[in-house]
Design a binder for this molecule. Sequence first.
Ligand code: SF4
Length: 360
Amino acid sequence: MPPRAKPFQSDLLGWFETAAREMPWRKSKDPYRIWVSEIMLQQTQVATVRPYFKRFMKRFPDVFALAKAPQEDVLKHWEGLGYYSRARNLHKGAKYVAEQHAGKVPNTLETILKVPGIGPYSAGAILSIAYEVAAPAIDGNVYRVISRLYDYHQDVTTSEAQKQIKTWVEKLIPLDAAGDFNQALMELGALVCSPKTPACQSCPVQKHCKAFKAGTVDKLPVKKKKKPPKKLTLLTALIRNGQGEYLLEQQSDGGIFKGLWCFPHVESVHPKSETEQVSAFASALVDQALKSEGEVFVVEHTLTHRKMFLKTHLCQPVVSPQKLSKNLAWVSVFEEHPYAMPVAHQKIVKAMQAQPLFFG
Ligand code: SF4
């Protein structure tokens, strides 16, 4: 028997009332706060998001503040959270809501889905939590919990399975507590029905769970194996001047690190001539002959589809710095600065700090 809606809701919501973690965005029903938090929480742990959320809300307390901010500033406040396209889309979305809806986050599925950066999951979360609209908000946690509750053995990455799971959630969601219900399901997935070691013995909805009865919990959810990320070797130049500043380059909109500031880098074309490649592109950047003094360390960083190896070369110091083009800047990278850097290049700064003899 599938879970019956009323008893299931009552067990889940009763548990949520006492088990819900305190989170800064749960303190109000402000749809803008909920929107920001839901975007930050995508692919990111709650504990990581907390300080970012507080800092972001302090700087951009409402839709208008975010809409009129320069993108540089928005990226700087996202620095370290990763997946920067989320920040760029959130910024675009805020501009759209400020212009098209006088700053009020839309309250229907049809209108909210037109906001840049808001997809079905974020739409469901914002509508249900802020406006109590009975829209499902199905993230990875919910796919897992529901596939176990229904003992569902189809691949949850397929659109057919996702449609089925959405139909089940729509049947379970209460009209008068949609926001709490969605949050409770996600919280159950995060705290109890975890991917590898679900705490079935203390689960508040155990009596409704078909996989528990069938003894198939550890087989669910069924998910097709992801392709391993592609490997990418980036030769990265640490170019310094006489003031201890390093050259950063703002990336174009087409690349991996769109719009962010990075140590200059190029993709390695031949493993045997990497020192020469670094010397050549470093010289071209500063318009004077500059040699790589050799590789100093390698930083690894994985994005969803790519595993990067940043082979970091220290270059000879620039003796007479020329006037730089707009996308280049000399930056004291060990101090606070206004240039938003991607996580991979922040890791380079950390690795440099760990070698004060070289980089102090
Ligand atoms: Fe998940 Fe186990 Fe609870 Fe079922 S009984 S919902 S598998 S934690």
